[in-house]
Design a protein around this ligand. Structure first.
Ligand SMILES: [Zn+2]
Length: 362
């Protein structure tokens, strides 16, 4: 059975609180030779908050999240029984892949709030030249996911925005996929995943504004804690239970199309995915839901027009290019809207673009 189809309930242990790094020493007591894999900035952030006694061997990754770097690290790390990954998504993915090669446990300590990598037993793997290669699933889940809210409330806002945008898509993509499936055909565990997806949406819509304000003044508040957990743990739970029904759909297909447009390269993955949510909803006939989301986009400064991503002169060409790519066979828009066409996506994009103003894209 493919690991992507197996229910994965989450890490063995999960701790999320202010000062959580204080638990690291006692959690490592079971291990004889733990080692750290980290990056430079992320290790600095860790040291700013770690008050423990341990001085573990430290290995640095090369920033690629490639199989080549995982193999290099696995060869360099001798006799370890646990990998402690400290960093962002690519670093954590590298640490997981290295631990898998060594057949040992791993502990995940996220230093940014950009992805659910700290919670999930899989890695997005890249080639050494930074192009995407594949998603790899691992037999072992993390021994522990340790989120220190004191550390995370000092993390960069750009990652947090991306994490929120990517998590917003969880519900809208899962709902669109399962809309075409009879409820009776879904297992109880898939329903757990779908209810969890709905929970991510509720937390984000209620708490994002306050959570971003908390991060800006570096103060841990209940709203910040809830959104941080939604981005890492709750989002990670959706795919773990809903499996194929909790996968990427229309919003990510729009994101992938946007990668063809250089103006959007500056924007975080999740910020583009959030725009894709609007296009997907418009294409599936849910204009009322789009209108409900507009205040969320505006009050939290999520761009909701290509223009806001910096696309101006070539707007019609860029929109057509994105629509064509997103509608293609190998992309996932059709999971949200079966038999979707380039024209229908372009039409949806135009309606999103023109919401609330005189038409600029005709
Ligand atoms: Zn994503």
């Amino acid at each position: 059975m493919r690991l992507s189809q197996v229910v994965r309930s989450g890490p063995g242990q999960y701790i999320c609180e202010a000062g959580a790094l204080n638990f690291l020493d006692e959690k490592l007591r079971l291990f004889k030779n733990p080692v750290i894999i980290t990056g430079e900035k992320s290790y600095e952030a860790f040291l700013n908050h770690y008050r423990g006694e341990l001085r573990l061997p430290i290995y640095h990754y090369d920033g690629t999240a490639s199989n080549e770097d995982m193999a290099r690290l696995a060869a360099a790390i001798k006799g370890a029984d646990c990998v402690v990954g400290i960093g962002g998504g690519r670093l954590l993915d590298t640490a997981k892949g290295t631990a898998a090669l060594l057949h040992i446990d791993y502990i995940m300590i996220p230093t940014v709030l950009g992805t659910c990598a700290a919670y999930t037993p899989l890695s997005a793997v890249y080639h050494p030249d930074h192009t995407f290669k594949a998603v790899e699933y691992y037999e072992r889940a993390a021994y522990l996911c340790l989120m220190d809210l004191h550390l995370l409330v000092e993390s960069p806002k750009s990652y947090f925005m991306g994490g929120i945008g990517d998590t917003l898509a969880k519900w809208y993509e899962a709902e669109a996929i399962t809309r075409h499936v009879d409820d009776n055909d879904l297992s109880a565990m898939v329903h757990v995943g779908l209810k969890t997806a709905k929970l991510t949406q509720e937390i984000l819509l209620n708490d994002t504004k306050e959570a971003i304000a908390s991060l800006e003044r570096q103060e841990v508040t209940p709203a910040f804690a809830r959104v941080a957990e939604a981005v890492v743990a709750v989002a990670g739970t959706v795919g773990g239970f809903a499996g194929e029904y909790g996968r990427m759909a229309g919003a990510h297909a729009i994101h992938n199309g946007m990668s063809l447009v250089p103006e959007t390269h500056e924007s975080a993955h999740g910020v583009k995915v959030a725009y894709g949510v609007l296009v997907q909803l418009m294409a599936s006939g849910d204009e009322a839901e789009v209108k409900k989301l507009i205040p969320f986009f505006d009050e939290n400064n999520f761009p909701r027009r290509l223009e806001s991503f910096g696309v101006s002169k070539n707007l019609p060409e860029a929109a057509a290019e994105i629509a064509e790519f997103a509608a293609s066979e190998q992309e996932t828009f059709h999971l949200a809207v079966p038999h979707i066409t380039k024209e229908a996506i372009l039409q949806a994009m135009k309606r999103v673009e023109n919401l609330g103003r005189v038409e600029v894209l005709q």
